[in-house]
Design a protein around this ligand. Structure first.
Ligand SMILES: [Zn+2]
Length: 363
């Protein structure tokens, strides 16, 4: 790849000592890569444009091979023991397959097998947003909870669902909140559906909607927010609509799985109080008896996916034999151990429901 790499510093994160690993996080437009050394030190992040088209997946494997070769030539001190790769789209961690990434060009590509063959190292392969969820869970905003949802809002909307310390994968199809219907008569979605959450509340949807209503070209959602704060009625309308749609989407999630925390990351989370204030108010209006989750900003920022990918690579070396590189289906090791037998059952009375209290915390 001939593009000049762009370096930037990572926020400090307490990874601690462990195997040295190479991590690669492949997003829709940019791929990021770094090395975590045996002390837990995170090297500066290198960013490159994500390869696209029919050869995109092969291009990623080639890029990893080249990088490993360079590191081995220039960093004799570094003994890399595993590689982590996370990609956008539908990802089946269990089989190590990139099921689909419509805008990146692969379909059922065996990333883990191909990368292990090319690199001759164990490879942890996973989903970029679940990797971010893992980092938030182990190092960031979700450290003190067991049931949580991480929603990443940028060009699209994706999420990681964590239940009792386990990331829900469902062959790669779990967490697609961006494609849940919020308005059946809403805008057409790139996936073929209509009125999906990401057509209304993603950063790109906010910019597009303002452009359509105002007839003006606008750079992005940040500019829409700035106009809204300056009193532009159209921008205020678009911003409010986007947050209302997001609140409806989150209300479904809350009713279904009752997370303790919903962490929001991605570009839109940079709006801070302008997002979290009205979104919290809308949730308060929509929820009745449901447990109101804490709404927080994902704390590891744009590099959460990369850190989670490094954590997954490290976990692979620690817990799995390296000969066949097989991986557990559960991307997160459970942090809490709860004995089923010792759990008291609470009866709700006349209806005779037995309600498990496993939702309580057992730190
Ligand atoms: Zn959709």
């Amino acid at each position: 790849m001939s593009v000049r790499p762009d370096y930037e510093a990572l926020p400090p994160a307490p990874l601690g000592p462990g195997p040295a690993v190479l991590a690669l996080d492949v997003g829709g437009t940019t791929l990021k890569t770094t090395v975590v050394d045996s002390t837990g030190g995170v090297q500066k992040v290198e960013r490159l444009p994500t390869p696209r088209g029919p050869q995109a997946a092969e291009g990623i494997i080639d890029m990893l091979s080249g990088q490993l070769k360079r590191l081995r030539a220039t960093r004799k001190d570094l003994k890399l023991e595993a590689v982590g790769v996370s990609v956008a789209g539908l990802v089946d961690e269990g089989r190590g397959i990139g099921v689909m990434a419509s805008n990146l060009g692969w379909h059922d590509f065996p990333f883990r097998e191909r990368a292990q063959k090319a690199l001759r190292l164990p490879v942890a392969f996973g989903h970029d947003v679940r990797a971010a969820g893992r980092a938030e869970y182990e190092l960031g905003s979700l450290r003190d909870c067991r049931n949580a949802v991480v929603v990443v809002i940028g060009t699209g909307i994706a999420s990681a669902v964590i239940l009792d310390g386990t990331a829900l994968v469902a062959d790669g199809f779990a967490g697609e909140i961006g494609h849940s219907i919020v308005d059946p008569y809403g805008p057409a979605c790139a996936c073929g559906g209509r009125g999906h959450l990401e057509t209304l509340s993603s950063a790109s949807a906010i910019a597009r909607s303002y452009g359509e209503l105002s007839g003006q070209t606008i750079a992005g959602s940040r500019e829409v927010l700035e106009l809204a704060l300056a009193g532009d009625a159209t921008a205020q309308h678009v911003w409010t609509n986007a947050i209302d749609a997001l609140a409806i989407g989150l209300t479904q999630v809350i009713s279904l799985i009752a997370p303790e925390v919903i962490a929001i990351g991605g570009g839109l989370s940079q709006a801070g109080p302008q997002l979290f204030g009205p979104l919290g108010d809308a949730l308060d209006r929509h929820l009745s008896f449901q447990h109101r989750p804490r709404l927080v900003r994902a704390s590891l920022g744009a590099h959460a996916g990369l850190l989670g990918t490094a954590l997954a690579a490290r976990a692979l070396v620690r817990t799995e034999p390296t000969d066949d590189g097989s991986q557990t289906r559960n991307p997160f090791p459970p942090r809490y151990t709860v004995s089923e037998q010792s759990e008291p059952q609470v009866s709700s009375g006349a209806a005779g429901f037995a309600t498990s209290v496993r939702g309580e915390r057992h730190p």
